[in-house]
Design a protein around this ligand. Structure first.
Ligand SMILES: Nc1ncnc2c1ncn2[C@@H]1O[C@H](COP(=O)(O)OP(=O)(O)O)[C@@H](O)[C@H]1O
Ligand SMILES: [Mg+2]
Length: 508
């Protein structure tokens, strides 16, 4: 007797087809699983045997051999339990074999026959949609699978329920196709709460509009954390592709909320400064995505930047540049995306008052240098926008004047992002911060006077080629916010102003 059931495996974000082949023959009762399976897969044997017993289902008699094909790809975890169970049910004749040919099965089977949630259902369903008509997943993951068009998703609660369905006795309805509601941008935190600070707000608006990395520096209490926490309220909408990409990462990490299967608002991750390098960039024996990948298409906020361990910060450099992280393991390497907007906030020195307009800094020159040097030159270089946050003026703080709401700022950000989406259509570029060197001059045309100005500044400040590129990209965003195709002098002037910190603090 012979049967074959389709399943789907996952390494990192990559889903691949797995076939459960089964052969039952006469002999002493035994169940063996072969095909590069890890311990969790081999333990399926005991789980499934127990699940059959408690569910009152017949187990095949005699010797049963289960092969997970292709045999040269490592299978891990308990995701193939459900497909193995279905294969056994085919052998005993409990289910119709015709029915399962066009279906894929993923899920963990518990000892009592319940189907338990697994990680990574979204990328699995996306793959299944290309070759199958139906996918059977744990009930808790059903909404996630139903977000994929072109395939019927069934949420399975127990083995018994599945047997009823597949034998035609009591059909289950497929999950209704999930349609994401329009992302709601109502955030508890609003820029209207921040008094004054118009320059800082403007800089964050530009950063959000172009996806630029921002470094905020200022004395304690100047409002850096307060400003950063309000960034999510002005971020532009996610495109559908971005939404799928980010959800895939969260699906694999097992962080999806079963009620919100699609992430439709940009992630905002703010790990504590004690986070390890692996926590930031990803790692572990089964490599999990790190904070930088969980923030994919959104913001990674590192508050108290100078307090992070140096190796943790340095490990971010390459992923920031490449927009992906590769984690190598003996079993092969895994790549997670990491296209993020990095926002850092820090004090300028240990006491916090170096450069403060009125308070005196009590740190020695050495202490200040040592503190600032925790941020290496190359990391500093990754920030397109430098922002010095001065303490809020008393007059602003005490004034009863209403500040602009986040929603009103967000509309300008969205308008600028719409221009970029149109400009970069089909190029794979998502925003101005990601303009490639090859495209830089084509998409950043300057007026004569703007070009002259940038040339003068370049010579006077002794800018690096990298700084020049950053200024041009930020100026592109400033011009987009102005609705201007050509980058003009004021746009350059504003962009240059966002490069002042390294000269003031990291002068060398
Ligand atoms: N511009 C401002 N408007 C209103 N409150 C402010 C402003 N700046 C600072 N505050 C108040 O000061 C507190 C400390 O600010 P915080 O963001 O923690 O400063 P930092 O991170 O720079 O040390 C805030 O929670 C807020 O109550
Ligand atoms: Mg703070």
């Amino acid at each position: 007797m012979f049967g074959k059931v389709n399943s789907i495996g996952l390494t990192g974000l990559n889903a691949f087809d797995v076939y459960v082949e089964i052969e039952a023959s006469a002999g002493l009762p035994a169940l063996d699983i072969v095909g590069l399976a890890d311990i969790a897969v081999r333990e399926s044997r005991d789980r499934i045997r127990s699940a059959f017993r408690t569910s009152g289902l017949d187990f095949p008699k005699g010797r049963v051999l289960v092969n997970l094909a292709p045999a040269d790809v490592k299978k891990s975890g308990s995701v193939h339990d459900l497909a193995i169970a279905v294969a056994l049910l085919c052998v005993t004749g409990a289910v119709e074999t015709e029915r399962i040919k066009k279906a894929a099965f993923v899920g963990e089977v518990s000892l009592s026959g319940e189907i338990r949630r697994i990680n990574g259902v979204l990328p699995m369903a996306i793959l299944a949609q290309q070759g199958f008509e139906e996918i059977y997943v744990p009930k808790e993951n059903a909404l996630e699978a139903s977000a994929v068009r072109g395939i019927k998703a069934y949420g399975v609660e127990s083995l018994q329920q599945l047997v009823g369905h597949l034998s035609g006795r009591s059909e289950m309805p497929p999950e209704p196709v999930f349609t994401p509601s329009k992302a709601d941008h109502i955030s508890a935190m609003d820029f209207a709460d921040v008094k004054g600070q118009s320059a800082a707000k403007k800089a964050l608006e530009v950063a959000a509009a172009g996806g630029h990395n921002v470094l905020m520096i200022g004395s304690p209490g100047s409002g850096k954390s307060m400003l950063a926490k309000r960034l999510p309220s002005i971020l532009p909408e996610m495109t559908f592709e971005e939404s799928i990409e980010t959800t895939n990462v969260h699906s694999v990490a097992g962080l999806l909320d079963s009620k919100h299967p699609l992430i439709t608002t940009r992630p905002f991750r703010s790990p504590h400064h004690t986070v390890s390098a692996a926590g930031l960039a990803g790692g572990g024996t089964i490599p999990r995505p790190g904070e930088i990948s969980l923030a994919h298409n959104g913001v990674l906020f590192l508050d108290e930047l100078a307090e992070f361990a140096r190796p943790a910060l340095e490990i971010l450099r390459q992923p920031l540049e490449d927009m992906k992280v590769t984690i190598s393991r003996v079993s092969g390497s895994i790549t997670y995306p990491s296209s993020i907007m990095l926002v850092g906030a820090m004090n300028p020195c240990p006491c916090g008052y170096y450069g403060h307009p009125t308070r005196k800094c009590i740190c020695s020159k050495n202490q200040v240098d040592h503190y600032l040097n925790k941020i290496s030159g190359p990391l500093l270089d990754r920030f397109d926008i430098h922002l010095e946050v001065a303490p809020v003026e008393f007059a602003d703080l005490s004034s009863g004047e209403r500040e602009e709401s986040s929603e009103s700022i967000r509309q300008r950000v969205q308008a600028a992002r719409d221009i970029q989406n149109k400009r970069f259509k089909d190029t794979g570029i998502t925003c101005n911060a990601r303009i490639t060197p090859e495209l830089l001059h084509e998409v950043c045309p300057m007026s004569d006077r703007a070009e002259r100005m940038l040339g003068d500044i370049f010579d006077k400040l002794g800018l690096s080629a990298r700084a020049y590129e950053k200024i041009l990209k930020v100026a592109r965003t400033v011009a987009d916010m102005d609705g201007s195709d050509i980058i003009d002098k004021p746009h350059i002037a504003q962009a240059v102003q966002y490069r002042s910190l390294d000269r003031k603090y990291w002068k060398s």
